[in-house]
Design a protein around this ligand. Structure first.
Ligand SMILES: Nc1ncnc2c1ncn2[C@@H]1O[C@H](COP(=O)(O)OP(=O)(O)OP(=O)(O)O)[C@@H](O)[C@H]1O
Length: 254
């Protein structure tokens, strides 16, 4: 992304964001509240009017519709989760199917509750379970080439944060992930690189570990009071270290 600008209702929200998503692993998109993180990901997806350049797999995408971007393999976990409350868990997942061979095995392995609650109306799920549906919808499609998740752990209990972290870690083994996240313990665990926004501009880019190890820079860029921030720790369940199946399986079609 080069010089992405977004103007909404005459208000300049992004003034020129430069951002590179690493070709593998997790890139964290950080910044204080209102810095422009959600607008940036909405800009990538064509959900807001934008100018500038966003190249995805060597093709310019500014000018493409959201529909076209999704078909090119950009999976999106929106901040509000975008769940259909009146539909069941299974129906929510079914609606997201794009591939001929959706990865239900992976989704149910990572989130067994979604199998147990397949017939439950999604609107009656807890926030954490709804987040599982939102992430599950993206993981279903092995053909995704980039996953963008906007604050997927916001407001979740520590146990669910760990499940979400494991799912993102697993996804990132196969496809690059752009993660908007305020939980710096999670960023430390998952992200190789980070980009920090401030006031609608790129303020910093580099290895996530370097930024988080630098108390002064973290304080200046992220507003956290001490090294590592105020986020609760993220426990490791070992689910990804136990040699589980990789995603997507090697047999999947391109
Ligand atoms: N549709 C809109 N109309 C007007 N202003 C908007 C709109 N969307 C976002 N903004 C404003 O643009 C700025 C950036 O918002 P954005 O949601 O992108 O920030 P953010 O970094 O994701 O913040 P947060 O961490 O609070 O989610 C904020 O001041 C917000 O109020």
């Amino acid at each position: 992304m080069r010089q992405l600008k977004v103007v909404i209702g005459g208000r300049h929200i992004l003034h020129g964001v430069d951002l590179d998503v690493a070709a593998s692993g997790v890139t964290a998109l950080l910044g204080r509240n209102g810095a422009g993180k959600t607008t940036t990901v909405r800009g990538i997806l064509g959900l807001v009017p934008r100018t500038g350049s966003v190249r995805f797999e060597d093709a310019e995408t500014v000018g493409l519709s959201t529909h076209q971007l999704v078909r090119r393999g950009i999976g999106y976990v929106p901040e509000d989760r975008g769940i259909f409350a009146a539909l069941t868990v299974a129906e929510n997942l079914r609606l997201a199917e794009r591939d001929p061979d959706p990865a239900y095995d992976l989704v149910h392995e990572l989130f067994p509750e979604l199998k147990e609650r397949a017939r439950q109306a999604a609107g009656t799920l807890s926030g954490g379970q709804q987040q599982m549906v939102a992430i599950g919808r993206v993981l279903l499609n092995r053909s995704n080439r980039l996953i963008i998740a906007d604050e997927p752990t916001k407001g979740l209990a520590p146990r669910i944060v760990t499940e979400v972290a494991v799912a993102l870690e697993r996804a990132a083994q196969a496809v690059p992930v752009l993660l908007v996240e305020q939980n710096l313990a999670l960023v430390r665990r998952l992200a190789g690189h980070c980009v920090v926004l401030a006031d609608g501009r790129t303020a910093h880019a580099g290895p996530a570990a370097d930024l988080l190890a630098d108390a002064e820079a973290s304080r200046a860029l992220l507003g956290v009071g001490r090294r590592g921030g105020d986020s609760p720790p993220v426990r490791t369940t070992g689910a990804t270290e136990e040699g589980g199946r990789r995603w997507p399986p090697s047999s999947c079609s391109p």
